[in-house]
Write a protein that binds this ligand. Structure first.
Ligand code: FAD
Ligand code: NAI
Length: 494
């Protein structure tokens, strides 16, 4: 037995040392060049975004056969599945981000990164216009463009949402939510118990019963029950967490039994669930909602709030809408890019690919899982296209009939590329009180629905496995240990 222990310890140490060495020591990079070794012009791939789709593609793209340019206003990748844990401090934001520079620097071929946002695409001239944070503008030429700009939070044009609510999509959103919550708690602590303003300040409302809203409401209630009760005993007991959903159920993509389990858990956790409650208007202190009654009638109610988190799904970004409007066949320009779901090409242009949340699909949900798999596929497809382009160059130069026929047959073989096939692995969601739900499936073998504390353990293992770097994995695990031992802290900053 000691021999097995020794060997396992040795292997584990070697693995960890290799990972640490590999992630902290980038090797030499092949510089960008005008031509490939056979003299063919080296094409430029421009990738817009540094999220799930873009990074999954980038990590696998053969950067020696293309000049690769990445444009994103965010110089890091964000591991969104753990974002709902960040405002309460269950995990630190630094643990769930990965600098785009360290991803690019570890690739074999040089990748140029611009910290800027793409403002417009001219598909005829094959040019992307970009704007940096200090307002400087530039234009980049592409041969192939990958739209992976994700989505923005959808407000459905409901008045007052942008001005008063916080979203939960990006790092600054998490920081804003934390500041608002702790500011309100400190303000409430100085007010008398029966003060109505105190009650309002301590009323935390989450709108949207999709997975984002549910996971955040669960995390927030954990923060109140497990930590704030210790540090603000008089105040914490008056905090209310409310989840507002327009439909009769939360988490509509999950199995019915799991929906019931999640709703029962919320009841136990004392999270107020307001179903069939459609928000119509928001101002600085009140939410106006239409509540559908059992007899079919509608009642208008005003819900006072202190902090409002808005999580009602995705809307298309401006750059996506502008591009869609310029292309033929894009009938839902305002909602996202329609793509050919077999080869991920944006309808109406053969040089533009669309992956992830900026696309509109009946087949694929806007999830990290889809964007990640699309990125992997596109890396293979682009490698194949590079090989075809290079062979076409050889074909043009070749004068010998026999050789030409060989090249044509090689091109034909490569052109026969298998279409994208999405493999749905299931859905997971944290619901608070150290419980999670899971709808698992694998190909035709499906499906397994689980809920409870064991599922929470599975959730934890899966999310650590899903982290894109060894560094993130270690940091997330260390954060969980830290939270378990010391609890979450209640400082406003961070
Ligand atoms: P993103 O990951 O959003 O990346 C978009 C990128 O584009 C960003 O880098 C952004 O800065 C950049 N960008 C924006 N505008 C521009 C522009 N004009 N020009 C250039 N770049 C631009 N999915 C799951 O499968 N499992 C989960 O557990 C899960 N949890 C989630 C939790 C939360 C809180 C949220 C918000 C989402 C969650 N999702 C989850 C959904 C998942 O995050 C998205 O489906 C996924 O991020 C989509 O990947 P993407 O690459 O299309 O977009
Ligand atoms: P969502 O689109 O899944 O859910 C939004 C909810 O808001 C819907 O239930 C909708 O009925 C409700 N809603 C809309 N307008 C409303 C209004 N005015 N008043 C009250 N309720 C209203 O959005 P979410 O949760 O932001 O997720 C976006 C995408 O990201 C989804 O595809 C989701 O699957 C994915 N995601 C996955 C996670 C996971 O797998 N654990 C976690 C978070 C997001």
């Amino acid at each position: 037995a000691w021999r097995t222990t020794w060997i396992s310890t040795l292997l584990a140490t070697a693995y960890v040392s290799y990972q640490i060495y590999d992630e902290s020591n980038p090797g030499k990079q092949q510089p960008q060049a005008a031509t490939l070794p056979n003299g063919a012009p080296r094409k430029t791939v421009v990738i817009l975004g540094s999220g799930w789709g873009a990074v999954s593609l980038l990590k696998r793209l053969d950067t020696t056969v293309y000049n690769v340019v990445v444009v994103s206003p965010r110089n890091y990748f964000l591991f969104t599945p753990l974002l709902p844990s960040a405002p309460t401090g269950t995990v630190e934001l630094r643990s769930i981000i990965e600098p785009i520079r360290s991803i690019c620097r570890r690739l074999t071929g040089e990748v140029v990164y611009h910290e800027a946002e793409a403002t417009d695409v001219d598909p005829k001239k094959k040019i992307v216009s970009i704007k940096s944070a200090d307002g400087e503008t530039n234009e980049i030429h592409y041969d192939y463009l990958v739209m992976a700009v994700g989505a923005k939070p959808n407000t459905f044009g409901i008045p007052g949402v942008y001005e008063n609510a916080s979203f939960l999509k990006e790092v600054p959103d998490s920081q804003e939510i934390r500041q608002k919550i702790l500011k309100n708690i400190e303000l409430a602590a100085s007010l008398p118990k029966e003060d109505t303003e105190r009650k309002r300040l301590l009323s935390f409302v989450v709108v949207g019963g999709g997975p984002t809203g549910v996971e955040f409401a669960g995390e927030l209630q954990d923060f109140v029950d497990q930590d704030l009760t210790k540090w603000y005993p008089g105040v914490a007991q008056d905090i209310t967490v409310t989840l507002v959903e327009g439909l009769p159920n939360i988490l509509n993509m999950f199995d019915k039994e799991l929906i019931k389990y999640a709703q029962d858990t919320f009841e136990e956790e004392k999270i107020a669930l307001r179903l069939k409650t459609m928000v119509k208007k928001v101002d600085g202190k009140l939410i106006t909602a239409a509540i559908k009654k059992d007899d079919g009638s509608t009642e208008i109610e005003e819900i006072p709030y202190g902090v409002l988190v808005w999580a009602t799904g995705n809307g298309a970004r401006d750059v996506t809408v502008n591009l869609a409007k310029k292309l033929d066949g894009q009938t839902f320009a305002n909602r996202g890019l329609l793509i050919d779901e077999e080869y991920l090409k944006v309808l109406g242009d053969d040089s533009i690919f669309g992956i992830g949340d900026c696309t509109l699909s009946k087949k694929f949900a806007p999830t990290a899982q889809v964007a990640y798999q699309e990125g992997i596929y596109l890396a293979k497809l682009l490698k194949n296209l590079a090989a075809i382009d290079s062979l076409r160059y050889d074909l043009n130069k070749s004068t010998e009939t026999g050789e030409k026929a060989k090249i044509v047959s090689k091109i034909d073989n490569l052109a026969n590329f298998a279409p994208f096939e999405y493999v749905h692995l299931g859905a997971l969601a944290y619901i608070g009180s150290e419980r999670a739900i899971a709808d698992l499936s694998w190909g035709n073998w499906h499906k397994l629905s689980l809920g409870g504390s064991f599922t929470f353990l599975f959730w934890k293992v899966s999310y650590v496995a899903m982290c894109l770097s060894f560094r993130n994995r270690c940091l997330v695990v260390m954060d969980w240990i830290k939270t378990g031992v010391f609890g979450r802290d209640s400082s406003k900053e961070a």
